[in-house]
Design a protein around this ligand. Structure first.
Ligand code: ADP
Ligand code: MG
Length: 250
């Protein structure tokens, strides 16, 4: 199952979700691939890898899908990463003239996709070239919803671009909307989640990811939160979320 994690807003927890749900899936024994599809390379950094190191990236695989295997870095048992670096920012221009410019990521993943039960694609905070590519490559979309005022309004454009992508990728579906950055001390967090549930009753997960300092700390140490502090409410939340989304987790 190839899943794109998408939101045009930055700082809503996309990268955190990919790293932590990926770590949970792998820990429960499922071969999982994480794709850093953001030139900012936060997912690469989050696993303790230097994005400035000279290594093949997802951009390499987009230029030549035959090299996809060589771009994979094993980060944990059952867990692989295809890193990115700043060169990925040039991809949009590089492929601008190609008729299949939005199919480049799909082509890059094709030679290796069969090896994995789950492939999670982290995307940049925009709805342009990178998200279009991710939505052509994926079968499912997960949308993190920051539990803050105005967050619901941001969902409209995401659903619009998904609808457009369904024109070329008819299997594409929204798998879930995940409330993130929930702050119990912020009186607006709860109403936002409640209205999201009313508007999208089938999509909003029961599990809510709280604001938690361990979630923010973990990638600074190059770790998913479950390895940083397994008992923290942040680690428990990602464990529960993974169980809810995919029906397993230890
Ligand atoms: P995005 O990928 O959508 O830009 P990130 O996952 O990078 O968002 O999160 C933005 C910042 O907030 C990062 O520094 C991250 O470590 C931190 N963060 C993410 N989720 C949480 C959370 N639930 N609680 C506290 N900090 C978080
Ligand atoms: Mg990110």
């Amino acid at each position: 199952m190839i899943i794109a994690v998408v939101s045009q807003k930055g700082g809503v927890g996309k990268t955190s979700l990919v790293q932590n749900v990926g770590a949970e899936l792998a820990a429960s024994g499922h071969p999982t691939l994480l794709v850093d599809y953001d030139p900012q390379s936060n997912l690469t950094t989050g696993w303790g890898l230097d994005p400035d190191a000279d290594r093949p990236t997802i951009y390499t695989a987009m230029l030549d899908p035959e090299q996809a295997s060589g771009c994979i870095v094993s980060v944990r048992p059952q867990l692989d990463l295809i890193p990115s670096d700043l060169n990925l920012a040039g991809a949009e221009l590089q492929f601008a003239g190609d008729f299949d410019r939005n199919g480049k990521l799909k082509a890059a993943l094709k030679p290796i996709a069969e090896r994995y039960r789950y492939i999670l694609i982290d995307t940049p905070p925009s709805l342009g070239f990178f998200v279009s590519n991710a939505l052509v490559a994926a079968q499912q979309v997960i949308i993190p919803l920051q539990a803050q005022f105005y967050a619901l309004k941001a969902l409209g454009p995401v659903f619009d671009i998904i609808k457009r992508a369904q024109g070329v990728n008819e299997v594409l579906h929204v798998y879930a909307i995940v409330p993130t950055m929930y702050d119990a001390r912020n009186s607006l967090s709860d109403p936002v989640v409640q209205s999201a549930r009313t508007q999208y009753p089938k999509l909003v997960t029961k599990t809510i990811i709280p604001v938690h300092v361990r979630i923010a700390d973990a990638p600074i140490h190059g770790l998913p939160v479950r390895e940083h502090q397994l008992s923290s409410s942040g680690a428990v939340a990602y464990h529960e979320l993974t169980k809810e989304l995919f029906g397993h987790g230890q």
